[in-house]
Design a protein around this ligand. Structure first.
Ligand code: SF4
Length: 372
């Protein structure tokens, strides 16, 4: 496969440069995915496609939360045909998730899916795959080849190698049909297998990757496991779309995905929060105060919200160490037992009553945002 020599998306974070792996571009609805574009956030709705009202409601909530591509399970023909109805009422690109029956892929493409996901572990007969490729070609529908450690046909102790091999074998069919409108995923539930599989695959193809883990456990485990695996890959420049799989509402998956990309400096979805963990020196309920300020930021205008994405906002539990520890903050506040000290770049510039602390900081922030 010939590497696409387009300009690579390079992201500078502190002194580090995250240089994205160079990939082809794949267009999913109105979203372009690949190294020339920002890493896109995906989630998967948790209701049936045939329950169109609930599906639309959930998808629109995901859109409001900042999701960019959404996937839905297609279990039968009724689900596949529902895609047409759902698409009329949503604005996000919709991906049909297909297993076992290639005819559902044909129906989902016909109904207007913006991408379909095929699992090489359960749709593998070459004549069936070729039929799907032909339909995808004529509708210009991209296909995600989504290998999953739980449904591998090849039994191997080396899960990463087996995931890669299953995709490489599958790709031979696509290559014969000269079809390259492809995204690849190699999801294992183990973090290290997932990292190894994507790294191996990155060496041998230039298709964009959708990153994720499968079966991540309880919600907090899922956040940590996904951040560990996806964080390593993203830091190495691998990954063009991500999904944080959680036993949680899809909007939570979206929020965690945004935070992960924000924390690596790959995207800017909001300001960076710098809050100390508190210790015995703290005399206030810092979390409550942080939530107060967060609520106030929710009242900012769209323009102000766009500007504040570049800010670092600090809330610190004591005046002795707070301003110094948070000196990289654009604006910050540190609390004592009776007062709140407002600071900028580590320097205290005003001290106010404790009960008006967050309000005063919000006023300063707003003034600063408006002056830009
Ligand atoms: S800023 Fe103060 S309260 Fe917060 S962790 Fe540091 S020393 Fe403790």
């Amino acid at each position: 496969m010939v590497l696409n020599l387009r300009t690579t998306f390079v992201v500078k974070t502190c002194i580090h440069m995250i240089k994205r792996r160079t990939t082809r571009t794949v267009k999913i609805g109105n979203i372009k995915v690949g190294s020339g574009y920002p890493v896109a956030i995906q989630t998967m709705v948790k209701v049936k496609a045939k329950d169109t009202d609930r599906a639309v409601e959930e998808i629109n909530k995901c859109a409001a939360a900042g999701c960019e591509i959404v996937r839905i399970a297609i279990e039968d023909l009724e689900d596949a045909q529902s895609i047409k109805t759902i698409k009329r009422r949503i604005c996000l690109p919709l991906v049909a998730d297909i297993h076992f029956d290639y005819r559902l892929a044909l129906a989902a493409i016909e109904a207007g899916s913006d991408k379909i996901r095929l699992n090489p572990g359960n749709i593998f007969k070459s004549e069936e795959v070729r039929a799907v490729i032909a339909a995808a070609k004529s509708h210009r529908t991209p296909i995600r080849i989504g290998a999953n450690s739980g449904s591998l046909r090849m039994k191997s102790k080396n899960t990463a190698q087996a995931l890669v091999q299953s995709v490489l074998d599958y790709l031979k069919i696509f290559k014969k049909e000269n079809f390259h409108n492809i995204v690849i995923s190699l999801k294992a539930s183990h973090r290290l297998d997932t990292i190894e599989a994507y790294e191996k695959m990155a060496r041998v193809c230039d298709y964009p990757f959708h990153l994720g883990l499968t079966a991540t456990g309880l919600p907090l485990d899922g956040v940590v496991k996904s951040s560990a695996a996806l964080g390593v890959l993203l830091f190495k420049g691998i990954g063009d779309t991500i999904r944080i799989s959680l036993l949680q509402r899809p909007e939570v998956e979206v929020a965690v995905g945004q935070l992960l990309l924000n924390s690596l400096g790959l995207r800017k979805f909001g300001p960076e929060w710098i809050c100390c963990p508190t210790c015995g020196r703290c005399e206030v309920d810092l979390l409550k105060r942080a939530n107060n300020l967060k609520g106030m930021l929710g009242t900012l205008s769209v323009q102000e919200r766009n500007r504040i994405k570049n800010y670092k906002i600090a809330l610190m539990g004591c005046v002795v160490n707070g301003p110094g520890e948070a000196r990289e903050a654009t604006w910050g506040i540190a609390f004592s037992k009776t007062k709140a000290a407002l600071f900028k770049k580590g320097k205290i510039f005003n001290t106010v009553r404790l009960d008006v602390g967050e309000k005063s900081l919000f006023k300063m922030l707003k003034k600063d945002l408006r002056s830009q």
